[in-house]
Design a binder for this molecule. Structure first.
Ligand code: SAH
Length: 222
């Protein structure tokens, strides 16, 4: 069965604030109803500390510990929209599980998500959180995403949530022909660009899309 999130017991206030987030995403140009519905279903405030939960639906990145951030709602929606591009995807590789919010959104929309995180406490927390939310179509790996997850390749989609200076070769290798990768590229926060890579039968098409700001892609496990 597809991922099913329990949203019972969540007050009307957060339901309303979540609805305002959806309205804002529409104003910002997100048009896919499937993606808007997926984001409506995921209780974003359960992905962060109680102290920050009241700000969960603001259009901003917020700290999740270990120097990392939960991605801003617009960027989650935009990357998901660009990745899926109205297609059905069997498997998607996500690099940078973080708190698991983007993972939960993706899990509503594709058959299976393979998610890799290098910081062990974040990996464990996200895995437990998504299990509690009854998201079952996700596999987790505590590893350096620079290696991808070769055993499960090739992937219809790859979504990278941290910015390396250049596209890791292993990720290119693990794309299916016809597959899409969305990846922020750049050395410093604020001077990165979101790139879309499409694997063709003969090579790769790479396109720069828009300026973005992600945490750095770091190597090694922690
Ligand atoms: N979509 C996530 C984004 C978290 S921030 C969310 O909304 O919570 C990016 C994450 O990428 C961080 O958790 C960071 O630890 C992780 N990361 C950075 N470099 C990585 C690498 N080489 N392999 C795996 N994860 C990495």
């Amino acid at each position: 069965m597809k991922a099913l999130l329990q949203t019972e017991g969540i007050g009307m206030t957060s339901r309303r604030t979540r609805e305002r987030m959806i309205d804002r995403l529409v104003e910002q140009g997100i048009s896919s109803h499937k993606i808007l519905d997926a984001m409506r279903n995921v209780p974003r405030h359960l992905f962060m500390d109680d102290a920050l939960a009241s700000r969960a639906y603001e259009d901003t990145a917020l700290p999740i510990g270990y120097g990392q951030t939960i991605s801003q709602p617009y960027i989650v929606a935009k990357m998901t929209e660009l990745l899926l591009d109205h297609r059905h995807m069997k498997n998607v590789l996500e690099i940078g599980t973080g708190c698991g919010y983007q993972t939960a959104v993706l899990a509503q929309l594709v058959d299976h998500v393979y998610s890799v995180e290098r910081i062990e406490p974040l990996y464990k927390q996200a895995k437990n959180r998504l299990w509690d939310l009854q998201v079952r179509n996700v596999s987790y790996l505590h590893s350096d995403g620079g290696w991808g997850w070769p055993e499960k390749a090739p992937y219809d989609g790859i979504l990278v949530a941290a910015a390396p200076p250049e596209i890791p070769q292993a990720l290119l290798d693990q794309m299916a022909v016809g597959g899409i990768m969305l990846i922020p590229i750049g050395k410093e926060r604020g001077v990165q660009e979101l790139q879309r890579v499409i694997r063709t039968r003969t090579g790769y098409e790479i396109e720069s899309l828009e300026p973005v700001s992600f945490v750095p892609f770091l190597s090694g496990k922690k």
